[in-house]
Design a protein around this ligand. Structure first.
Ligand SMILES: N[C@@H](CCC(=O)N[C@@H](CS)C(=O)NCC(=O)O)C(=O)O
Length: 230
């Protein structure tokens, strides 16, 4: 690697940051991490981030990269043993399914922010339908077979949401998706994926979701209260 210093500007809950961290972990790339409060963005961050978003990767105290997919590819390219396929067509398909993962993250955000039942259920069905489409693409044990790829780094954080969400949802988005279920379990056990969040991540995520003022927040509060009094 030709670069001496890599700094990842992060947020504890961000799934796009996780994607970058998983890539850093997989490729054992030394780096520093700085966390920002997205509810109160510091001026240095706003000056640095063209879209006001994390992750950012600052290289050797100079150029700043933004967009997680770009950051993952850069990290992959500056180190040996690429996590991307060599064949241009297969690689292009991987990039497309990475984008599909980003769209799924948007759907998950719509789900946890939905203020009304109809929007909540609509988002849930959109997610379930997307999962069913993804089901047909998975080779197993990882997305493309035996080798971990950037697509896997993308879906580890997507599936991780459901470790918290599953018990509060009125339907199982992984129903009829045996390949996805096995892939999800495989990713949950992958050291790079596990280490991409802090030990208090499940509680931090739960607190965040409970305070959205959304249908999901209400379902969570009600389910937990019912369980506590049972
Ligand atoms: N397309 C971007 C999405 C990044 C993103 O949405 N980050 C969120 C946190 S998970 C963010 O920084 N949001 C702050 C804001 O939008 O104000 C990427 O892949 O890096």
């Amino acid at each position: 690697m030709h670069y001496a210093k890599l700094v990842l500007v992060s947020h504890t809950l961000c799934p796009y940051v996780q994607r970058s961290v998983i890539t850093l972990n997989e490729k054992q790339i030394a780096h520093e991490r700085i966390y920002v409060d997205l509810g109160n963005k510091p001026d240095w961050f706003l000056a640095m981030s063209p879209l006001g978003k994390v992750p950012l990767l600052q290289v050797d105290d100079g150029p700043v990269l933004f967009e997680s997919a770009v950051i993952c590819e850069f990290l992959d390219e500056i180190t040996p043993d690429s996590l991307h396929p060599v064949d241009p067509l297969v690689k292009a398909r991987h990039r497309a399914w990475i984008e599909f993962g980003s769209q799924l993250l948007n759907d998950i955000a719509k789900l946890y922010n939905a203020p009304l039942d109809a929007a909540f259920l609509d988002s849930l069905k959109v997610i379930r339908d997307k999962m069913r489409r993804l089901e047909n693409e998975v080779r197993g044990p990882f997305f493309a077979g035996a080798r971990f790829s950037i697509v896997d780094a993308t879906y580890g954080p997507v599936f991780r949401y459901f470790d918290t969400l599953d018990r509060y949802l009125p339907l199982d988005v992984f129903e009829h998706c045996p390949h996805l279920q096995r892939w999800r379990a495989q990713l949950a056990e992958r050291p790079s994926v596990k280490a991409a969040v802090s030990p208090d991540y499940p509680q931090l995520l739960k607190d965040f979701l409970l305070h959205r003022g959304s249908i999901l927040s209400r379902r969570m509060a009600l389910t937990d209260m019912t369980a506590a009094t049972a």
